[in-house]
Design a binder for this molecule. Structure first.
Ligand code: ATP
Length: 317
């Protein structure tokens, strides 16, 4: 009689492929930036939130490592060794002691350099896809360790949901709250902003602004308390981003976007991460549609789309 399960059936096995992974964009509901540390990083205290704007990465078996793409940023984004997808695949192959062979294809919807961590999202998707394709069977925590070497937002994009980020953002602890869906409008800008440039501008503003330097935000406790109350007005009042002044200083037109969102009736609006994307909180799905339509009509951004959060992190679909 043959056994239904052989002794090795719990062992992870290479997947014949293709493996398709969907990964969300992130926004920061609260982003408190500490002073510049001697190691060049800023200490962060942030509340990450994954929203329904997705990239999709497909991994197939191959005899070299290749990357192709379609969608947002095609023709602009380098697909060579500098791409975070290739870097993540190589880092994972080294960790798993396997050759980094795969044919990877990216369908991109998350705008480039938009403050939505699209590159980190793609790296997180690559870790999940290649782990399965190569049969490595690493845990999400092990993948997060590999990811944290490449980018501070990657551990969060593996987990998703709403989470507290500390250190330089790579130390993630999920926020346990009763499930509530929040409705957002995402105002996508023309062109991106460089994250390092925005941090440099923040340091410059903090060093030169007299007599009233921007006051760093406190911890995200108020934000988490607001989320627990499940009231968009209360959450709206608790949103905050220390990088907003720097993003506005580099891209003054963002003030028009924030103003237009306010005039369109959004509950609150902030610059997302290092910008230039702005996100607005709406009361419900219908309200988000209305705000998005008014923002589009105001012609202050390239596109305004609705999104819901929280969403799970990178997942096989
Ligand atoms: P963050 O919010 O994490 O600072 P961001 O949303 O502002 O990031 P990204 O689109 O994640 O910006 O990436 C910024 C830069 O990273 C890009 O301009 C590009 O040069 C580089 N990059 C490398 N790989 C990728 C990728 N797969 N997708 C997007 N950008 C990538």
């Amino acid at each position: 009689m043959t056994e239904a399960w052989g002794p090795d059936d719990d062992e992870p096995r290479p997947h014949r492929g293709p493996v398709k992974v969907r990964v969300p964009a992130k926004i920061n509901l609260h982003l408190a930036v500490g002073p510049l540390r001697p190691d060049g990083y800023h200490e962060l205290n942030t509340v990450y939130h994954a929203i329904s704007l997705f990239d999709e990465l497909t991994a197939r078996r191959g005899d070299t490592l290749t990357l192709t793409m379609e969608g947002e940023g095609t023709g602009e984004l380098e697909l060579d060794e500098s791409n975070l997808i290739i870097r993540a695949a190589r880092a994972l192959a080294a960790r798993g002691r396997v050759p980094a062979y795969a044919r990877l294809h990216l369908r991109k919807s998350i705008p480039l350099a938009g403050g939505l961590a699209g590159g980190s999202a793609d790296a997180a998707a690559t870790l999940i896809a290649c782990d399965l394709l190569w049969g490595l069977g690493l845990s999400r925590e092990e993948l997060a360790e590999v990811g944290a070497q490449l980018g501070s937002d990657i551990p969060f994009l593996l987990h998703g949901g709403t989470a507290l980020g500390t250190g330089h953002g790579e130390a993630v602890s999920p926020i346990l709250a009763r499930p509530t869906t929040w409705h957002w409008v995402v105002a996508i800008a023309d062109g991106g902003l460089s994250t390092p440039a925005v941090y440099r501008e923040l340091d410059r503003l903090r060093a030169t602004d007299r007599p009233a330097p921007p006051v760093p935000l406190g911890g995200p406790d108020q934000l988490m308390a607001a989320m627990r109350q499940r009231d968009p007005e209360i959450l709206g009042a608790a949103l905050g981003n220390d990088l907003q002044a720097a993003a506005l200083s580099l891209r003054p037109q963002l003030a028009d976007v924030l103003k237009a969102g306010h005039e369109a009736g959004a509950i609150a609006g902030i610059v997302s991460g290092s910008g230039p994307t702005c996100v607005f909180l709406a009361a419900d799905a219908a309200h988000a549609q209305e705000v998005a339509a008014e923002l589009t009509a105001a012609k202050v951004c390239r596109a305004a789309v609705t999104a819901r959060g929280p969403q799970p992190g990178a997942r096989v679909i």
